[in-house]
Design a protein around this ligand. Structure first.
Ligand code: SF4
Length: 449
């Protein structure tokens, strides 16, 4: 009897990596690999990596170090690295880590089966790191299936042309391409037919979809087409660049009912001087104007953001601008990061006199302000009846389901399994930092959502 082979896959970073990992799993299943719960039980361990911050990159080396003893006990264990660190470090990873078997970059996930066979049959370590041209990348877009899922990410753009001065994405993911709208809509129709109810259209810079592609739909038109697909009840998209948030797209929040009441709109800094140094392509006032317009067409919209603290040359005054913008926008959540220099980016050449202590102190001040604002948003939900899309059984325990509100907030509540995939009203009884707890309402419509 042939024993099944097992894989253990760790995914770091953003939604793009989550989608790439789904493709990796599909390829591995096609090679008769089954998932393992623990690395100790795996014949193949893969890391799908993120290079956005130095910390994320060091984490990869740390994890590889942890797997070294496993490899020493079982030399047949295959160890591989994919994703953005693989793309950036390339063959250096194979040189630095003698027990690593394979490395594949962001344009080469499809080469994984060949690389694996080389290791399994010929005991040959290998790598696939080349960047492909636009036509090849469009041809290699995988068509995704829904499986058992209620919500799915659907990739609409890949790569980025913006070259924000701190960011490695254009270097490790390549230039932006937009996938043909016909293909995207076919995929969403198939997902809907297999039970998916919510789609999140994703791309590094999702709202520049179609720009510069003759005859292609605008992003707003693409959303309108998705709205027309029966059985899809909710639509989200991420990540949006403020400079590409057109009036046409803002108007979608007025006209498309399936579009959720949430947008992630990374501002990065509240200071015009720092925004210029970051090469973000908008001013503080232009950003605030977009926010005001969004709220005009969809008053119940909630915004979240990314903010970088301690960008090279950030003065106390610049940082005060970030704090005041944070308060003015009144974000429901922010994802704030201390600036991390990334090699190959323009920002590493900027003069930088900030100490680690100064950066940390500013970071703590921002978090404190935001924590207060986020708490107020959470408390608004307490006692309300909110519409929840039920996604599955909760990790909280037996008989508990979980789902999300239109604002992307997780809600746990007791209910029967056959509600999975439905929109249901839930009375919010407790609000916690990361999720809400509620009770299913059987005789009332939601008051919000
Ligand atoms: S928009 Fe800027 S921050 Fe976002 S992926 Fe592109 S270069 Fe990076």
């Amino acid at each position: 009897m042939i024993m099944p082979k097992h894989f253990f896959l760790e995914t770091f970073g953003c939604q793009m990596n989550v989608v790439d990992s789904e493709q990796i799993v599909d390829l591995l299943r096609g090679m008769d690999y089954a998932p393992a719960d623990r690395p100790e039980d795996a014949d193949l361990i893969l890391l799908n990596t993120c290079a956005i911050r130095d910390k994320a990159e060091r984490k990869v080396y740390g994890h590889l170090g942890r797997y070294k003893p496993l490899k020493a006990v079982r030399p047949g264990l295959i160890l591989g690295v994919g994703g953005c660190v693989a793309q950036q470090q390339g063959e250096k990873l194979l040189k630095d880590i003698p027990y690593l078997d394979l490395v594949f970059g962001t344009h080469n996930i499809h080469r994984l089966p060949d690389l694996l066979r080389d290791v399994e049959i010929r005991h040959r370590r290998g790598h696939a790191l080349e960047f492909h041209d636009r036509e090849t990348r469009l041809r290699l877009f995988p068509q995704r299936s829904g499986g058992e899922a209620v919500t799915r990410f659907v990739t609409v753009t890949q790569g980025c042309d913006n070259f924000c001065s701190y960011c490695v994405v254009p270097l490790v993911r390549g230039r932006e391409i937009s996938r043909p709208s016909g293909e995207i809509l076919d995929e969403i129709r198939q997902l809907a037919a297999s039970g998916v109810r919510e789609v999140t259209l994703i791309g590094q810079n999702v709202n520049s979809y179609g720009v510069g592609v003759p005859g292609e739909l605008s992003f707003a038109r693409l959303l309108a087409e998705v709205e027309g697909i029966d059985d899809i009840v909710r639509i989200r998209f991420t990540t949006s660049h403020p400079k590409d948030l057109s009036d046409e797209l803002i108007d979608c929040f007025g006209s498309l009912k399936k579009l959720c009441n949430h947008i992630h709109l990374p501002v990065q800094s509240g200071s015009d001087r720092i925004l210029r140094l970051m090469n973000r392509g908008y001013t503080r006032e232009q950003y605030l104007d977009r926010v005001r317009r969004l709220r005009r067409v969809r008053p119940e919209i909630r915004l979240s953001s990314d903010i970088i603290v301690g960008f090279p040359g950030e003065s106390e005054e610049d940082f005060a601008d970030t704090l005041s913008l944070t308060e003015e926008v009144n974000y429901v959540d922010i994802y704030s990061f201390i600036y991390s220099p990334r090699s190959g980016t323009a920002a590493v050449k900027l003069e930088d006199s900030l100490t680690a202590g100064e950066r940390q102190a500013r970071f703590d001040r921002l978090l404190k302000i935001q924590e207060d604002i986020s708490r107020q948003w959470r408390e608004r939900d307490a006692g309300a009846i909110l519409e929840v899309l039920v996604e599955g059984e909760s990790r909280q325990g037996q008989g508990q389901l979980f789902g999300r509100t239109t604002w992307n907030r997780i809600v746990n509540f007791a209910g029967p399994r056959d509600l999975i995939g439905s929109l249901v009203p839930v009375h919010i009884t407790q609000v916690y930092r990361n999720s809400h707890l509620g009770c299913l309402v059987t005789d009332q419509a939601p008051s919000h959502g």
